[in-house]
Design a protein around this ligand. Structure first.
Ligand SMILES: Cc1cc2nc3c(=O)[nH]c(=O)nc-3n(C[C@H](O)[C@H](O)[C@H](O)COP(=O)(O)O)c2cc1C
Length: 216
């Protein structure tokens, strides 16, 4: 099994969204001990925004070569196609995804490649596979006590199906800016939610689930 782990926080490995998404990857690994993980920390290896040549090529511009962005897009799409599971760790930035994650999406959500335009609308060309998203936010993002609109989760739930990825599970860590105690409680609750979700999954066919969660 191949796991593609995209991590979008500028805080890198220290970040809450990264740690929670690593927790998801850990569960996937226990279910499939031989799984191979490809990790892309978008903040450590800055992913440039798509360039003018790319926009020209996607727009069907005459003789447009696509340049560096198209070549990068080919690599990132190949990585995604090779993955059986996609795990994304992302903070909320100004009500939506951070620009680093948007840059990755602009490379992989590509017309005539991962998505086709049809009279019925945009149709994804990738085979569906599980997508796990670990979202961290300073304030509350969901529920009646949230005091901000959330354009992050609805956006990901709209854009990923556009390329064929519909099987999306979101884990949420909310309130990291609401004081140290609440932040710590939120971290614990988020990890427990992940543990509970995976505990409820049937064991994968033919696999021996290993590991040491909860002192097993
Ligand atoms: C540029 C920027 C914008 C942010 N915007 C929001 C926001 O709109 N809503 C929110 O709840 N938190 C916001 N935050 C706080 C982060 O979502 C929060 O600190 C989160 O826990 C960071 O996760 P990380 O450790 O994975 O980076 C913002 C943080 C930064 C740096």
């Amino acid at each position: 099994m191949n796991i593609l782990h995209i991590s979008a926080s500028p805080r890198g490995r220290e970040s809450d969204s990264h740690c929670l998404s690593e927790h998801v990857v850990g569960h996937l690994h226990r279910r499939r001990p031989g799984a191979r993980v490809v990790q892309r920390l978008l903040s450590l290896h800055d992913l440039p925004h798509v360039d003018g040549d790319y926009a020209h090529a996607l727009g069907g511009g005459d003789g447009a070569a696509g340049g560096a962005s198209l070549a990068r897009s080919d690599v990132l799409i190949a990585e995604l196609e090779a993955a059986d599971v996609l795990v994304i760790g992302t903070p909320m930035h100004n009500l939506t995804v951070p620009s680093a994650l948007k840059a990755w999406l602009d490379h992989v959500v590509r017309v005539h490649r991962t998505m086709r335009l049809t009279p019925q609308g945009k149709v994804g060309t990738l085979a569906d596979r599980p997508v796990y998203v670990a979202v961290s936010s300073g304030g509350l993002r969901t529920g009646p006590r949230a005091r901000q609109p959330d354009f992050l989760e609805p956006y990901l739930r709209a854009v990923l199906p556009m390329i064929g990825l519909r099987d999306i599970t979101v884990f949420s860590l909310e309130g990291t800016a609401l004081g140290a105690q609440r932040a710590e409680a939120a971290r614990v609750a988020a990890r427990e939610a992940v543990d509970g979700w995976f505990a409820a999954l049937p064991a994968p066919a033919g696999a021996r689930v290993t590991g040491a969660l909860h002192g097993e």
